[in-house]
Design a protein around this ligand. Structure first.
Ligand SMILES: *Cc1c(COP(=O)(O)O)cnc(C)c1O
Length: 448
């Protein structure tokens, strides 16, 4: 570290670093997405040698850009795609292709990389859950995509039951209900075995549920005895990377992952992995077929982006990604540790969002503000910093205990250099809770 004086003097150094990083990112973006290709269509639209910077539509629209110290939250538009994924998306935009062919070949490619038989690229994990349900309904009733949901549960196609543990109901139930199913709730293993009947189309398991209930192994074994397929929602449950094949390897017939969370693909992409029989049926329900999946179109840019994200992820290691997070946290810890009553610790939740969370605990009376008040100040300052929603939480959830007087952050989605800005701003609000300021000052040309 070049600067060994008080932590307050760190940021000017780090700001320069950040500006350099941002300029480099901008330069990379403009060459990659606008000028980098040498194909005819690019040459036709952008004059060779042009140095024009593309317009920043967020600035043009007056939309606030945020520093995401929270994690892969949908409202925060989740992750920023790594450079190779952004490049793949830009390349895919250059040529039309046949959507079905792209879906099939991309699915085959990802399935092979992720050690399973089949893959359907969906429009996010919620869409993968809908497509898994539609696939199971088709397999059970031998019906057509266009029969869903209208003819499901009628004498013509009576099989319409999805079996689920009572404790595994959640906000994504609607993704299955779209297909016209009925839930059959169970509590004990005996209940479950009895519930698997002639009208069962599928079972549903919520991987990250705080309460496991019936074990995954017992769940799969009982369903398979009756020939019923099992779907697992593991949307946010990578890392570790090996989870992408662990659950299909365990016997789940269909496993849904979000593409825009830690896999770092486009936010409106996802994966349904598993038995080819079902992922093929899932593909039959998405665009261009005018079925329940018609509104879940995955564009060529997102399909290719998802393939590139899987490729990118497989060049990473769990240890490398965790080290990067922890190195960034070390910068922040160094900046706040001398503030009276502040204590820092790092926690890694067991299943969902299995990445380091930095907990910065403090005495609100000594600091002069509650965790929630500091959260609002950081959000309304410039740049806007979003903290993890466990900040100031009164209840434990998703593997994180209650944090009534703590700021909680994750660092794995930060752009290079942003950890210095986060460190500086958190220090400022902890030392002066009334602080609402700007750092760094917004540049006149809004390039950053
Ligand atoms: C995020 C999430 C989803 C939805 O994922 P999208 O990719 O945003 O559709 C579904 N289930 C769980 C458990 C999730 O965490």
């Amino acid at each position: 570290m070049k600067n060994s004086k008080s932590p307050d003097s760190l940021p000017s150094y780090s700001r320069r670093r950040f500006l350099r990083a941002s300029q480099a990112t901008l330069a990379a973006l403009s060459t990659v997405s606008i000028l980098g290709g040498t194909t005819d269509s690019l040459a036709a639209t952008v004059p060779r040698g042009s140095t024009e910077v593309p317009p920043d539509y967020y600035d043009k629209l007056g939309v606030t850009k945020i520093i995401n110290a929270a994690g892969t939250y949908t409202e925060l538009t989740s992750a920023v795609m790594p450079p190779p994924v952004r490049e793949a998306v830009a390349q895919a935009a250059l040529h039309p292709v046949h959507l079905r062919e792209l879906q099939q070949k991309a699915g085959q490619y990802i399935a092979q990389k992720l050690k399973t038989e089949g893959c359907c690229i969906s429009c996010g994990a919620a869409s993968a859950i809908t497509l898994a349900t539609a696939a199971s309904i088709m397999a059970a009733n031998n019906c057509d995509p266009l029969d869903i949901p209208g003819k499901i549960g009628t004498p013509q196609f009576p099989k319409n039951e999805v079996v689920v543990q009572k404790i595994h109901h959640y906000e994504y139930d609607v993704a299955m209900q779209l297909c016209g199913i009925k839930f059959v709730d169970v509590v004990t293993l005996a209940d479950y075995k009895q519930a698997l009947g002639p009208n069962t189309v599928m079972t549903q398991y919520f991987n990250a549920c705080d309460d496991v209930g019936i074990s995954r192994e017992d769940w799969i074994a009982a369903a398979h005895e009756k020939g019923v397929p099992c779907h697992l929602d593991a949307a946010a449950d990578m890392p570790p990377i090996s989870n992408l094949w662990k659950y299909t390897g365990m016997g789940f017939d269909m496993v849904s992952f979000s593409g825009g969370k830690d896999i770092r693909g486009p936010q409106n992409a996802g994966l349904l992995l598993g038995k080819k029989k079902y992922t093929d049926l899932a593909q039959r329900n998405i665009c261009p077929v005018d079925s329940v999946g018609r509104g879940m179109k995955v564009a060529k840019e997102q399909i290719v982006g998802m393939v590139a994200a899987v490729d990118w992820l497989l060049t990473q290691t769990d240890e490398g990604m965790e080290k990067e997070s922890r190195d960034r946290m070390a910068v922040i810890i160094k900046m706040v540790k001398d503030i009276p009553t502040v204590k820092t610790s790092i926690l890694v939740p067991e299943v969902a969002n299995h990445v380091p969370h930095l907990i910065i605990n403090f005495d609100p009376d000594a600091v002069g503000a509650s965790a929630h008040e500091l959260q609002v100040r950081l959000r309304t300052a410039t740049p806007c910093i979003e903290l993890n929603p466990h900040t100031g939480s009164k209840r434990p959830s998703q593997g994180v205990p209650e944090q009534p007087s703590a700021i909680v952050i994750t660092t794995f989605l930060l752009n290079p250099g942003e950890e210095y800005i986060v460190a500086r701003q958190i220090r400022k609000v902890l030392k002066n809770p009334k602080f609402v300021g700007t750092y760094p000052p917004p540049p006149a040309s809004a390039a950053i």
